[in-house]
Design a binder for this molecule. Structure first.
Ligand SMILES: Cc1cc2nc3c(=O)[nH]c(=O)nc-3n(C[C@H](O)[C@H](O)[C@H](O)COP(=O)(O)OP(=O)(O)OC[C@H]3O[C@@H](n4cnc5c(N)ncnc54)[C@H](O)[C@@H]3O)c2cc1C
Ligand code: SF4
Length: 408
């Protein structure tokens, strides 16, 4: 049960990886490389692996993405690099995440240290939020000589990497290792510090050359009919509690999950792994329009979670009886469970800073006429780790060009 939750997917043997790499067509202008938001170059690192140069491959991967070990585990590659892979026309795409996972595991086992601390450039930046966007920006700035301080409201760094994505998909020891690489570049972390007033933000603006907001969407969304219902939990709160308690959480015999994205799949599978016998997931989307990644959906179904697609909650009683109605056909389902978990999205939590989401849509990553920048989920675009890495890298360049520095 708890062991099931804590058990990570096993890694890959050199043989598995060499076999997979040998299927690669080593394409010129590799389409996989053009389709990674973070600019990862699978074409190049697979070529290195083919020639048994795993160290070279690790350099290629890490120099581009400071969170490469994390991305190797959680990136929905079927939507990005693998979607574009030319090998699909012959049989199936190259399993790029498998190869990247092998490379970053090798880097970790052999204690390779690809990134080097830079000489100070005299400029100071404050980053608010230590999720993947804040971590990427902080690391990339430190690599260019900035003095960087990250302010984080939780007691550890990682954002949803640490407090959301379940341990069996992303162990916290991997997050710790990647954060340590960033600390080793000289980035300072100030934990248990919520920057929650515009006065505090103003102080940071004055004492730094630039401030980067990487606040994410840290609150789960509530639906009105479920408010104050004692049987209801928000998905991100549930997953955080399970991860913090390393799986030592009691779950009931049955539960209902509302939602059809990856977060809903994580909740349903976590419940199953912790011993909940009957887990039903009711999703607004029909299977043809599902938002959850194919991998996650398949794992959840294989674990025995019942998925009802196309259903929306209509009413709920205090005793936990939910009536769902189908969006298209005339059908109603009534399910009673001692636990209902809502996985219907996340929302922002920064209105006290005097900033609204609409202020954060300029492609320059900068709030007009200020030295305040932004990155990650709060930027319009995909809500994925790799997209946060992309914005974390791009905001670094935006800060440098604002400070009239040569952008490298
Ligand atoms: C359960 C779950 C599973 C997911 N699975 C995947 C997956 O498999 N693959 C994938 O690519 N994406 C996945 N995602 C999405 C991914 O985690 C997010 O897109 C990503 O974490 C966004 O990064 P971020 O840095 O913008 O925000 P976050 O990760 O939300 O980090 C924001 C950080 O800012 C801190 N913070 C917020 N406000 C303040 C404040 N005022 N002062 C100080 N600190 C503050 C928060 O505590 C947090 O640490 C998942 C999300 C969830 C919830
Ligand atoms: S597109 Fe596919 S086959 Fe071509 S280089 Fe990339 S991984 Fe190899």
């Amino acid at each position: 049960m708890v062991e099931d939750y804590l058990k990570e997917d096993k890694g890959f043997t050199p043989r598995d990886v060499m076999e997979e790499a040998s299927r690669c067509l080593l394409c010129l202008d590799a389409p996989c490389s053009a389709n990674c938001p973070a600019g990862t170059d699978p074409g190049k690192f697979i070529r290195s692996v083919r020639f048994k140069n795993v160290e070279g491959a690790a350099e290629t991967v890490r120099e581009n993405n400071i969170l490469a070990g994390i991305c190797a585990r959680v990136c929905p590659t079927e939507k990005y690099c693998e979607l574009a892979c030319s090998r699909t026309g012959i049989d199936k795409p190259i399993n790029i995440s498998m190869i990247q996972r092998y490379i970053t595991d090798y880097e970790s086992c052999t204690h390779m240290s690809v990134l080097k601390k830079a000489k100070a450039n005299g400029k100071k930046v404050a980053v608010i939020g230590a999720g993947p966007a804040g971590l990427t920006a902080a690391g990339n700035l430190a690599l260019r000589g900035f003095e960087v301080t990250v302010y984080e409201k939780e007691s550890k760094a990682g954002g949803y990497l640490r407090y959301g994505i379940p341990e069996y998909r992303l162990p916290n020891k991997v997050v710790d290792e990647e954060v340590k690489r960033i600390e080793d570049l000289g980035v300072k972390f100030v934990f248990n510090t919520k920057v929650e007033t515009s006065k505090l933000l103003d102080e940071l603006k004055k004492s730094n050359d630039a401030v980067i907001l990487a606040l994410g969407f840290s609150k789960g969304k509530m639906l009105e009919m479920f408010e104050d219902n004692k049987k209801v939990k928000l998905a991100v709160d549930f997953l955080k509690q399970v991860k913090e308690k390393k799986g030592k959480v009691r779950v009931p015999e049955s539960a209902v999950v509302v939602g059809g994205g990856d977060v809903a799949m994580d909740v349903a599978l976590t419940l199953k792994k912790l011993g909940c016998q009957n887990v039903t997931d009711c999703a607004y989307e029909q299977f043809s329009e599902f938002r959850a990644s194919k991998k996650e959906l398949e794992h959840t179904r294989e674990a025995g979670v019942t998925i009802l697609d196309g259903y929306v909650p209509e009413k709920v009683t205090k005793s936990g009886q939910v009536t769902f109605a189908h969006r298209v056909i005339k059908s109603k389902v009534v399910i009673k469970a001692p636990l209902i978990v809502l996985a219907v999205g996340q929302v922002s939590d920064f209105s006290n800073l005097g900033i609204e989401l609409k202020d954060l849509s300029d492609p320059s990553y900068r709030i007009k006429n200020t030295n305040v920048f932004y990155a990650g989920d709060i930027v319009p675009g995909d809500k994925t780790v790799v997209y946060s890495v992309k914005t974390g890298k791009e905001v670094t360049k935006a800060v440098m060009s604002y400070l009239k520095m040569e952008v490298k």
